[in-house]
Design a protein around this ligand. Structure first.
Ligand code: GMT
Length: 379
């Protein structure tokens, strides 16, 4: 198939999933066309089946903001026509589902029907999409997509509760590539971070409010009273500065390392012992899946789709949002009981294996075929 992928090219989970999906599909022989304003961060290797079409906005003194949506729609029309795409798969509803609909309508006038699949990733529904600034347009655009997928059952239910949706929503979970995310032997690195054999707790995110990184720090503070440990904070975003200040105020700064954005996250996960994800909302929790693939048990909140991934008492523990005392208690329990910890580690890996890229990609492929077949019938 010739597939156009529209996504945010940044470190956000939706862009990561879209890029890994494109890479995986290209390896399976499909031709993939990324259409976005910058080369996606995870698109680092050359592949003969991968093409990148950059959307560039025109600056004009009249525009306070460059009209990206218009430029994106025009680029989509171009790529669909000249590359003869079979399908357009847009990730994150805002504004991609809306722009895809506009492009589809324009192409239809020229006698070409391009089927569109929208994948809902989370905040495009829960945090941003449900806001009245966007809601009517988001609902309309989802309903106008030829196919809609959601990354968890919970997000599907939230979408149906938030909007009046007359489309079937197919749940296709996030996935993981075990060639990249696996337990690596990085003992020298571990020694540098924790020279006295301290346990290493880790959190990776884009440091937005919804991630509640402060809860990670408060949890760590309690753990540190009982278990000699270090905390790795990986990623960057609006809350990072406040978190750095909090660590200073709590006298933790020398026990915590802020590592900023990292490309080789798997190397940091490889040296860690426990992953923390206290999010306010999380449609799936890709970062937790990456950690589990590297054999890390997860202590997370029970928000959104997290309990679908992190099985309480099996792969880690889940608690109510903000219950740092309980999170710390669970962390201390796991880090102090070697037998239990080993079992949870094995369970985390086994659970992650259920989301192996080789299991999830075929679900996308067969959904693509279904949607394309329906569109051909329409023509
Ligand atoms: O919130 C993020 O970390 C970024 C966000 C995005 O849309 O880029 O991630 C969402 O999509 C990921 C991939 O499907 C999911 O694994 C994350 O759980 C989800 N984040 C939230 O729901 C907050």
């Amino acid at each position: 198939m010739k597939i156009g992928i529209v996504c945010y090219p940044t470190y956000g989970g939706s862009g990561v999933v879209a890029t890994e999906l494109g890479l995986g599909l290209a390896k399976r022989g499909h031709q993939i066309h990324f259409i976005t304003y910058r080369r996606p961060v995870r698109l680092t290797t050359f592949h003969e089946n991968i093409f990148f079409h950059e959307v560039s906005g025109e600056d004009y003194p009249l525009f306070e903001y460059t009209p990206y949506d218009t430029a994106l729609a025009s680029k989509i029309i171009d790529v669909v026509k000249y590359e003869e795409l079979d399908l357009l798969h847009v990730h994150y509803a805002i504004p991609h589902a809306t722009v895809a609909y506009l492009a589809k309508k324009i192409l239809l006038q020229e006698g070409r029907y391009i089927p569109v699949i929208t994948t809902l990733h989370g905040t495009d529904i829960t945090l941003v999409g449900s806001n009245s600034t966007f809601a009517p347009v988001v609902a309309f655009s989802i309903n106008k997509s030829d196919g809609v997928t959601s990354v968890s059952e919970n997000l599907k239910q939230q979408t149906l509760e938030t909007f009046k949706i007359d489309k079937e929503i197919r749940v296709i979970n996030n996935f993981i590539d075990f060639k990249r995310f696996k337990k690596l032997n990085k003992d020298h690195f571990k020694m540098a971070i924790a020279p006295h054999g301290e346990k290493i707790l880790v959190h990776t995110s884009n440091f937005r409010k919804v991630k509640r990184v402060e809860d990670v720090i408060y949890t760590f503070k309690i753990v540190l009273e009982k278990v000699p440990s270090k905390l790795l904070l990986v990623g960057d975003g609006p809350e990072r500065h406040r978190c750095e200040e909090l660590c200073r105020q709590l006298g933790l700064y020398s026990e915590v390392r802020f590592l900023g954005k990292q490309n080789a996250v798997e190397e940091l996960l490889a040296v860690s012992d426990l992953f923390l994800m206290p999010s306010e909302m999380e449609s799936f929790g890709l970062a937790a899946l990456e950690a589990m693939a590297c054999q890390l048990p997860v202590i997370s909140s029970n928000a959104g789709g997290l309990p679908e991934l992190n099985i309480h008492g099996v792969t880690g523990y889940t608690t109510d949002v903000g219950n740092v005392g309980q999170m710390a208690e669970y962390a201390i329990e796991l880090l102090s009981n070697e037998e239990k910890y080993k079992q949870f580690r094995a369970n985390a890996l086994a659970r992650a294996a259920e989301f192996d890229i080789d299991k999830i990609l075929p679900q996308y492929e067969s959904y693509y075929r279904e949607v394309i077949d329906k569109a051909l019938y329409r023509n």
